[in-house]
Structure formats: C-alpha cells, structure tokens
Write a protein that binds this ligand. Structure first.
Ligand SMILES: *Cc1c(COP(=O)(O)O)cnc(C)c1O
Length: 258
C-alpha cells in the first residue's frame, strides 16, 4: 500500500507506482516522436536496493532487472529460488575474474568492451552450456573516466566476435555525458546511433545491432527521442541510493585506468 501526498491510499506499493509512472512517461516520450512504445524496454536498475523491491515489481509482471555488481546479482539470484523467471542484466564494468558468475546467473551483459573479456566469457559459457546476449559498450562522451570502447574501435571488436559462438551480440550500450546540457547529451546518443548504422551495414560484424541501451533516470526521454530501445532506470523507480562515492555504483571494480 502507498499513501500519496494528498492522502489517497492505493493498493499499489510505492515502487510499483513509480514503475508505472516511469512506464507512462516512456510511452509518452515514444508518442511525442512517433515511436511504438513496444520498441522501448524499461529496465529497472535495482542495484543497492533490497530484493523485496525486486519482488514487488515481479508481482506486477516485471521479470528483468539491471545490476552493476556481479556479487549483487549472485546474492539476489540466490535469494529468489522461487522466482525462476527472473532475469538479470549486468550493466556495470566487468573484470574477467567475474566471468564465471556472469555465465552462471546473468541473461545479458551490456558492457562487453574487449576480446579478453569475450574470451573469458566464452569459455565459461561453454562450460555452463549457456548463451549470453551482449551489448558492446561505447564511450560516447569521450570522458577518460568512462569504460567502454571509443566509437572508432567498436567495428574491430564487432568483427572479432564472430568467433564467439556463445555470445549473441544484440546491440550497443552507452552512458551519455553527465549534466544538464541537452545538446551534449544528445550528441552522445547520436554518436551511438551513427555507429549502429555503420555496424548494421558491416557484413563482417558479429550479431545484430537492433538494440540501443541508452538513457537513465535523468535523460531517458531524450534517449528515446534519439533511438533508445532500452532505458536503464534506477533512481526514478527505486528512489535515491546512499550518497557514497558514486564511482562505487557505476564502476564497482574501480575507476577506469586504475
Ligand atoms: C546505476 C546505473 C543506471 C541507473 O541510474 P539512475 O540514474 O539511478 O537511473 C543506469 N546505467 C548504469 C550503467 C548504471 O550503473
């Protein structure tokens, strides 16, 4: 149950209500630019939030959740043996020593950015007899503090990935530049969209590039206007996270280059 500001009581929990509100805004953003809302997946990002909130969303039919730490995926997976249809999308930077857990419990990895990681994943996936949907992560803002490949380096990785049978390349993922400058953020999204087109026309690139994972709580409506097919929304659904070193949330394995 949730009580709104004007005192109205609803049967929905707060997180269920917020999910529906964000979904409605996603649909409206689609309508504004003439897109079919069915094209845009809303991925709730449950990192740092208790598994009870995952259960509340599962109760209204949400089955896929984004997490950026593999340890947290494993813990939440183990806490939900009664929900076999739950799927976990890993959206944080991954070190090769975590490949085994990803191969075991994740259904998707949005942050593939090296042949080294692909090699580790392929070996573990073969051992598990599983496949994994992957997005290639693009550093669209050019910030040194971000993981992901420079746009010009993505086609080479895309070609090398044809050798990895367990990895299904489904698209590209990016984090836009932070901050309120809409033009700068939009330019990041457009860079990824251009790259999507290049890869789609490259016969030697592995997989398909239909999916674009772009947009978070602060910029998902803009991302939808620029072609996003998956918005990763944490705060706007689950509320704010503890204000600890934000790097720990985005890059649990440490800063890029460190
Ligand atoms: C945490 C996180 C999100 C969600 O961020 P919010 O601003 O809370 O919506 C999206 N993408 C990645 C990669 C994240 O780590």
């Amino acid at each position: 149950m949730a009580v709104s500001e004007d005192g109205a009581v609803s049967e929905e929990t707060e997180v269920q209500q917020r999910y529906r509100e964000v979904r409605a805004r996603v649909d409206e953003a689609c309508a504004r630019v003439g897109r079919d809302p069915g094209e845009v997946h809303l991925l709730p990002v449950s990192k740092t939030k208790p598994v009870e909130l995952v259960r509340e969303l599962h109760a209204i039919g949400v089955t896929t959740f984004g997490e950026n730490k593999v340890q947290e995926v494993v813990a939440k997976h183990e806490a939900t043996p009664d929900l076999p249809d739950l799927c976990w999308s890993v959206i944080g930077h991954l070190q090769t020593n975590k490949a085994r857990d990803v191969a075991r419990v994740a259904t998707e990895l949005q942050t593939l950015d090296s042949v080294k990681l692909a090699t580790a994943l392929e070996r573990r996936l073969q051992a598990e007899g599983r496949g994994l949907d992957v997005h290639l992560q693009v550093n669209s803002s050019g910030e040194e503090s971000k993981f992901g490949l420079a746009p010009e380096d993505v086609p080479a990785l895309a070609r090398e990935l044809t050798a990895f049978d367990s990895l299904r390349v489904v698209g590209l993922m990016t984090l836009a530049a932070p901050g309120p400058d809409t033009e700068v953020v939009a330019a990041c999204f457009e860079r990824v969209r251009r790259l999507q087109q290049v890869l789609g026309e490259d016969d030697r690139a592995a997989g398909s590039y239909d999916r674009l994972s772009m947009g978070m709580s602060g910029d998902y409506e803009l991302a939808i206007a620029h072609g996003s097919t998956c918005v990763r929304v944490g705060t706007a659904i689950f509320g704010s996270r503890p204000p600890v070193n934000d790097y720990a949330h985005y890059w649990p394995e440490g800063r890029p280059g460190s």
